[in-house]
Write a protein that binds this ligand. Structure first.
Ligand code: 48F
Length: 259
């Protein structure tokens, strides 16, 4: 077979733009492909919903690749063992009951594969910079741009996508929530109406609060993972990931109930 560069180029352009145009009007747009965003997209896709993850970086996985301090093992507690089993990530019991470890590279790659095969689409290299709100009452979509444009500082207008719900799974920075708070101060469904900010490390409290804080923070906008704690004022937990995975499960379940 003699290969033709033009056919290679045309195949990529054709297929990419087909994927893009077929995913401009979504049930759920997930911002950030860390552990909570991946699991949320996996569960939503399993429930038959049209879901896309927009990920700023080339790779999804967020803070999970590096385990703790680049020791690429993660810890998962008993409560989250079931979701790892469902995702077919091997979890190894540690010598203290209730604690499991997993290889972080296996965890990211396996969860990503399950998510894509369940029907979620991942657009990497795209950053979410704003939201669409027509009547100041509800989020109706996202404003997106190439990360390369963001990094270069070029003045290039973004494009937008429509969706019924947005999940801010951007981690510690809670980027989407912060945009809403900046443009509509005092309107978040938090205690003060603004971003409460992440608190000190406290693993046990943080893991429980992550689940509690996974909820709607503005009409049409949910928070998951560390963004939930940053938004509602929960502590950080370090390299234990059960709360992240269970947050993804919870946000997907809550949104499915409303779709
Ligand atoms: O930070 P991240 O892994 O989020 P998470 O799911 O998990 C947190 C843990 O990794 C860890 C922890 C718990 O044990 O404390 O930190 O809450 O992943 C967030 C992803 O969102 C992307 C970012 O590149 C990362 O992959 N991201 C952030 N802002 C944007 C974004 C944005 N504006 N647009 C697109 N992607």
């Amino acid at each position: 077979m003699k290969l033709d560069e033009l056919i290679i180029t045309k195949a990529i352009v054709d297929r990419y733009f087909r994927k893009l145009t077929e995913h401009l009007d979504l049930d759920v747009a997930v911002v950030g492909g860390g552990p909570s965003g991946l699991v949320a997209a996996y569960k939503l896709a399993k429930a038959g919903k049209k879901v896309v993850i927009y990920e700023r970086r080339l790779s999804v996985g967020g803070g999970m690749w590096g385990g703790g301090m680049l020791f690429n093992e993660i810890v998962i507690q008993e409560e989250a063992k079931q979701i790892l089993d469902e995702l077919e990530v091997r979890a190894f019991p540690y010598e203290v009951e209730g604690y499991y470890t997993a290889d972080s590279v296996e965890a990211v790659s396996t969860i990503t594969s399950k998510t894509v095969k369940a029907g979620a689409v991942i657009f990497n290299g795209i950053s979410v910079e704003d939201v669409v709100v027509h009547d100041e009452g509800r989020i109706q979509g996202l404003v997106v741009n190439w990360t390369a444009i963001e990094m270069s500082g070029l003045h290039v207008d973004p494009l937008s996508v429509r969706c019924k719900y947005v999940i801010d799974a951007t981690g510690h920075d809670a980027e989407v929530v912060k945009v809403v708070a900046r443009k509509m101060p005092g309107k978040l469904l938090t205690a003060t109406g603004n971003v409460e900010g992440e608190k000190f490390m406290s693993a046990d409290k943080a893991e429980k609060l992550t689940i509690e804080n996974t909820r709607e923070v503005f009409p049409g906008l949910y928070v998951a993972g560390m963004a939930a704690n940053a938004t509602f004022g929960g502590p950080r937990m370090g390299p234990i990931f059960g709360g992240m995975l269970l947050s993804g499960v919870k946000v997907a379940r809550d949104i499915v109930e409303r779709l």
